[in-house]
Design a protein around this ligand. Structure first.
Ligand code: CA
Length: 481
């Protein structure tokens, strides 16, 4: 079986040139050659303005097809160009996962008046006064699209919160009042109740809304042939909705339709509570592992690397873990900025790409460019991607037994001739570790393939050797061909 790798094919500061889908199409063959098995594409439907990254979602059915919000194309291109990119990826065996933003909508078409109550920002269960009539942009009629694909029109009662009252010119979080309305209970407990994130918060307890979003989920998956969804802002959405949405889409597209949830919380208990509540049926980004990488990169040699995998999805239930180093939210100047420092990135990527557990994701910003500056990590990523495809197979022994030098052994398997590897990383001085491949490997000559150590090593009669790594670096040792 092939070792899968996901690539997040965008970063926060891409130019608004409408060229991403065309670039992706041209890049499909190369992505296949470096071992990419799936591409996560950004929200591909119309946002409140052309330059938006897609998370200020306006119309889920407009993938750059209709003249709405002053533009036909999105930041990334037109629907036709997207379809060409998807076809090119499918032609080389790469899956496509769409970023699904179902928590909120922005860019309403017209104002509506309704009752709402202002809410304390830090404790969402506390009101800041009495219910009042407010006016906000909660009406959506999608004039450019009309009833194509869906005749559903959104109104204030399909939302549970908003952030601006144009009567009083007041910016605040407002909880919308009406029969059966209120914050969803199946959301993260941060701030008391973290249902509300931004813009017009979708009321996922409203049966009309649930039916419409399910319809969209089935429609988009089939219309474009998507192979999975990356679920945005999941901790702000009712988990009962998420659970049944997954079931609905899989009923339409099959049980192997892939889901990965962005549940942005470094606390393992919160992640597992969510995962267990929905029956552990979708993957999650390993946010706690990202925070461990971030802490290790900040603390330098003071970080105890033997703890690097502790309190992560990888160690709790690795089948659920989509491992990553950084993404569009953690990159510099983004909302959840916690960028892993450059010196540590090769080590972090080495670990997630070579270890047995987890479904690794690489970030556009780390492979190609961020803010149009070429990434310094592409060369090592190319080497690690090759190593993942050639050597990262078979049983694994972890050597997380030292504060500054840790690593692992992959023993290889019969399906991949010459496979097996030794991975080491150090956050201090040059390090070494006695590691064993077993007596069947006695006498083999091994060498380091990232170019950091020129000397070769011969395994002794037990298949053991003292493998070395340079300070603040990684080493990948394999059998010399
Ligand atoms: Ca919400």
């Amino acid at each position: 079986m092939k070792n899968g790798v996901l690539i997040q094919y965008f970063e926060w500061n891409l130019p608004n040139d409408g060229l991403l889908w065309r670039q992706l199409k041209e890049d499909a063959k190369h992505l296949s050659e470096i071992g990419i098995s799936a591409v996560w594409i950004p929200p591909a439907y119309k946002a409140d303005e052309q330059q938006d990254e897609g998370y200020a979602t306006y119309d889920l059915y407009d993938f750059g097809e209709f003249d709405q919000k002053g533009t036909v194309r999105t930041k990334y291109g037109t629907r036709g160009e997207l379809e060409e990119a998807i076809k090119a990826l499918h032609d080389v065996g790469i899956n496509v996962y769409l970023d699904a933003v179902l928590n909120h909508k922005a860019g309403g078409d017209y104002a509506e008046k309704f009752k709402a109550v202002p809410i304390n920002e830090e404790d969402r269960n506390r009101t800041l006064g009495e219910p009042m009539e407010i006016q906000a942009m909660t009406g959506y009629n999608f004039e450019g699209r009309g009833d194509t694909y869906s005749d559903f029109k959104w109104h204030w009662y399909h939302f549970s919160g908003t952030d601006y009252d144009s009567v009083a010119d007041r910016h605040d979080i407002f909880r919308i009042i009406g029969p059966g309305k209120g914050w969803s209970q199946g959301v993260d407990k941060e701030k008391g109740n973290y249902d509300y994130l931004l813009a017009n918060d979708i009321d996922l307890d409203n049966p009309e809304v649930v039916a419409e979003l399910n319809r969209w989920g089935r429609w988009a998956a089939s219309e474009f042939g998507f192979d999975g969804y990356r679920m945005d802002a999941i901790k702000h959405m009712d988990r009962n909705f998420t659970s049944q949405f997954v079931d609905e889409v899989r009923k339409e597209r099959g049980e192997d339709f892939f889901f990965v949830a962005e549940y942005w919380n470094g606390d393992m208990d919160s992640l597992m509570e969510f995962s267990e509540a929905i029956g552990n049926k979708i993957s999650l980004f390993d946010v706690p592992l990202h925070y461990n990488f971030f802490a290790a990169s900040q603390q330098g040699k003071d970080y105890d690397l033997s703890c690097l995998l502790e309190n992560t999805l990888l160690s709790r239930d690795s089948r659920l873990s989509v491992t990553f180093v950084d993404n569009h939210d953690s990159q510099p100047d983004s909302s959840l900025e916690s960028n892993v420092a450059d010196w540590f990135k090769p080590m972090a990527y080495g670990l997630i790409l070579l270890m047995r557990e987890g479904y690794p994701a690489i970030f556009y910003g780390d492979y190609y460019s961020m803010k149009r500056e070429g990434s310094p990590h592409r060369l090592i990523l190319d080497e690690l991607l090759v190593a993942r495809q050639k050597y990262a197979y078979g049983d694994q022994d972890l050597y997380f037994d030292h504060p500054s030098t840790v690593g692992l052994v992959r023993h290889g398997d019969a399906d991949h001739a010459g496979s097996g590897l030794v991975f080491l990383m150090s956050n201090d001085e040059d390090g070494s570790k006695e590691m064993s491949l077993g007596p069947l490997r006695a006498g083999e000559t091994w060498h380091e393939i990232t170019g950091s150590i020129p000397e070769e090593i011969v395994l002794d009669e037990n298949g053991t050797a003292v493998f070395t790594v340079k300070g603040r670096n990684l080493a990948v040792w394999v059998k010399k061909e």
